[in-house]
Design a protein around this ligand. Structure first.
Ligand code: SF4
Length: 336
């Protein structure tokens, strides 16, 4: 029987980068192929978008994947699903031309300098990219129902580059999508800048925002070493306020992450400080663990046993303390 593959993001994802559209924000498992995760160039409203071309490219790749051919930039990605002709679900809607997952990555402005930043290379090459006016694009996506909430009411908007909460129009981005009927957002923030809008949406029951803050440390010194800014106390203060807001709706909508960076924050002592701080002082109800991407890629995904033990340890503490827990991308593929 022929093995068939699919990825829901290949079919319906749109990563809005500062100079192009991509299928997703990933390709982390095929770093050399990352640039091929590309759909069309786009640098703002002067570039007219040919949506037939966008979906034509997507459909071709979707078809190839169904025939067993995985695009090189997807190889090893944990989002790939496998099925065959006898499976009850044949995912024919993968050929429908709509977007239901948007990652906003048109700017890499940030108020920290994390040593592991996804944008690091971009920043080195292009310096800070302030981003174009993204609203005409959002308007087009919503008005033409390319971002289609009828096809998928669970459609999602995610902020995926730089520090979103310092974007001048961060609040307006949330507003335009909420006005368009969108209910689901994901926000990856460093937590340095307090966003009143984030606090408000966290407390709402009719709109859902998942806020993930990578604290990565249990102490000011280690935080400073990773983020290159002395803002540990501010972040803790903001986490506490967000946690309080999330308790008014779903407490686990605020998550705090620990990205293990070998030789930087990989001691049990630091992990314990982080766990105790998050659980006991900041009253966070959802914790996440991951491994630093650049280190992971450099080591071809070979993770030493002591790091795996620490990941298991974090998970076990969460189970014991009745805290929701999740492994993210790199840690997830280890199948611990
Ligand atoms: S399989 Fe992974 S890399 Fe490929 S489009 Fe899907 S999420 Fe992106």
């Amino acid at each position: 029987m022929t093995k068939m593959y699919r990825c829901r993001y290949l079919a319906h994802g749109l990563y809005i980068h500062y100079d192009c559209f991509r299928h997703c924000h990933l390709s982390i498992h095929s770093p050399g192929e990352r640039n091929n995760n590309f759909i069309v160039p786009y640098k703002g409203k002067k570039d007219k978008i040919n949506w037939d071309e966008v979906f034509g490219i997507k459909n071709k790749l979707v078809k190839e994947m169904r025939n067993g051919k995985i695009p090189p930039f997807c190889k090893g990605c944990h989002w790939i699903e496998e099925f065959d002709e006898t499976s009850s679900e044949q995912f024919l809607s993968d050929f429908d031309n709509y977007i239901d997952m948007i990652w906003i990555g048109h700017s890499n402005e940030c108020n920290a300098n994390c040593i592991y930043c996804f944008s690091y290379k971009e920043i080195e090459k292009h310096k800070t990219v302030k981003g174009y006016d993204i609203f005409p694009l959002f308007k087009e996506l919503i008005d033409k129902k390319i971002y289609n909430l009828e096809k998928n009411p669970y459609a999602h908007v995610s902020f995926a580059m730089g520090e979103p909460t310092i974007l001048k129009k961060f609040d307006d981005i949330i507003k335009i999508f909420v006005k368009g009927g969108n209910k689901y957002f994901a926000l990856y923030t460093n937590g340095i800048h307090f966003s009143k809008m984030t606090e408000e949406v966290l407390a709402r029951k009719d709109v859902e925002i998942k806020v993930i803050i990578s604290l990565d440390a249990g102490s000011r010194e280690v935080f400073k070493r990773i983020k290159k800014v002395d803002k540990f106390k501010d972040v803790c203060k903001n986490i506490k306020k967000y946690a309080l807001a999330a308790r008014k709706s779903v407490p686990s909508h605020l998550g705090v992450k620990y990205i293990i960076i070998p030789k930087v924050n990989d001691t049990k002592e630091e992990i314990d400080k982080w766990l105790n701080l998050c659980i006991n002082e900041l009253e966070v109800k959802y914790l996440i663990a991951d491994i630093e991407e650049k280190w992971f890629v450099h080591n071809n995904g070979e993770v030493p046993e002591y790091v795996k033990d620490q990941l298991r340890y974090i998970r076990q503490r969460c189970i014991d303390e009745d805290i929701e827990f999740e492994f993210f991308d790199r840690a997830l593929v280890l199948n611990l």
